[in-house]
Design a protein around this ligand. Structure first.
Ligand code: MRU
Length: 373
């Protein structure tokens, strides 16, 4: 478990009272560590939408605990189901949210109302949390082998990995997805260094990934989002590893805006481009990433303003002219053809329907049973 100032920490946990969901408020990191308590459905939805919590697996876990909050605060079953639907719709792109809410709601409805239902929901949300931790640790083990192989071909010289956004433990409970191979390789003593894309507009890379890696003692350098192609042309990147918010069963990858450009630059420079994800981030229903994955459009002010620390306080400053409009698509889709391979909890596979279904045959059987293949 990751330590912050010597204290073991996760980005989310259920308080001992069994009803209050505690989260790290990621909006203020790295400058301030603040914990928020969520006790109402509105607070849960707001935390997801305002990106107090963010990152696909963590949004899923928050949704799972959101079902508990909904159950504790709803007056009847209709109100409960309606509240769960609202939690599920809080952000559109990360498929983990709907996946986790649906799973916990299904368990809840199969249990008798009252205390038994509450206990079922607590258990299921906890189960999802621990399963995600386990999946991320396995992603780390499989991904670390890729890093080790590169280290070997470089005779132990530093392996340079580039990542985009924050796909670390803050986004996933523990280990992260894209960062899990980094943490495991670091534990194994591999000499590595991470290029951290700042990831405008909200700077998840510069604020969160850099903070995580720094706390773990991992060598890293923050770069502008536009620097990656240049570094790849100069042979300064050995591999790219990113996370994803939703990946189709055919291998198209939605991830933080700017990921596609990194994939293009990687292809042009023969740099391997890996996507690390738990099975909860595959969308087993969608075939066509570009046409079918909903892309969140966020508020223009996230583009107009940047946040930082000035004179000890967190401040926001305007970058663009007061009368210029801005557009803020939060994710893009990298087509499967640009992905070297996926790193999943079950191992590494090519970005194709055949290879993905080969790793997860039960999903193929389910689609077959539904008459979809
Ligand atoms: O808008 P965010 O910060 O929720 O976006 C997060 C990302 O795009 C991550 O790269 C993705 O969720 C993978 S996290 C394990």
């Amino acid at each position: 478990m990751h330590r912050v100032d010597g204290k073991r920490m996760r980005p989310i946990w259920l308080d001992d009272d069994g009803r209050t969901v505690k989260v790290i408020d990621q909006r203020w990191l790295p400058h301030r560590m603040e914990i928020l308590a969520l006790t109402t459905v509105e607070q849960v939805i707001d935390a997801i939408q305002q990106m107090v919590v963010r990152g696909a697996p963590l949004i899923g876990v928050t949704g799972a605990y959101g079902v508990l909050v909904a159950l504790r605060t709803s007056t009847d079953e209709n109100a409960f189901l309606d509240a769960c639907d609202r939690v599920k719709a809080a952000r559109p792109t990360a498929v983990n949210l709907a996946w986790a809410v649906d799973r916990v709601v299904a368990r809840a409805m199969a249990a008798p109302p009252g205390d038994a239902r509450i206990e079922t929901v607590i258990h299921e949300a906890g189960q999802i949390t621990e399963e995600e931790v386990d999946r991320c640790r396995r992603i780390g083990e499989h991904g670390a082998r890729i890093i080790t192989d590169i280290s070997r071909t470089k005779n132990g010289r530093t392996v340079h990995l580039l990542t985009h956004c924050n796909a670390g433990w803050l986004a996933c409970v523990e280990w992260g997805t894209a960062t899990a191979p980094v943490y495991v390789a670091h534990e194994m003593g591999i000499d590595l260094h991470v290029w951290v894309d700042e990831t405008r507009p909200l700077n998840q890379g510069a604020r969160l990934t850099a903070w995580e890696l720094g706390r773990a003692g991992i060598a890293h350098t923050v770069i502008t989002d536009n620097a990656g192609g240049h570094l790849m042309q100069r042979g300064m990147v050995d591999l790219v590893v990113v996370g994803t918010d939703r990946t189709t069963y055919t291998g198209d990858v939605a991830n933080k805006i700017g990921t596609y450009l990194k994939a293009l630059a990687a292809r042009d420079n023969q740099v391997p481009f890996y996507v690390a994800l738990p099975s909860s981030t595959f969308d087993w229903e969608l075939r066509d990433g570009l046409g079918q994955i909903p892309i969140e459009e966020r508020h223009a002010d996230e583009v107009h303003f940047v946040q930082g620390k000035r004179d000890g306080a967190i401040a926001r400053v305007r970058v663009s002219p007061a009368d210029s409009p801005a557009a803020n698509p939060a994710f893009d889709v990298t087509p499967a053809r640009l992905v070297t391979a996926f790193i999943t909890e079950r191992g590494v596979c090519a970005a194709s329907e055949e290879a993905i279904m080969g790793l997860f045959p039960e999903k193929k059987n389910k689609r077959r049973a539904q008459g979809l293949v």
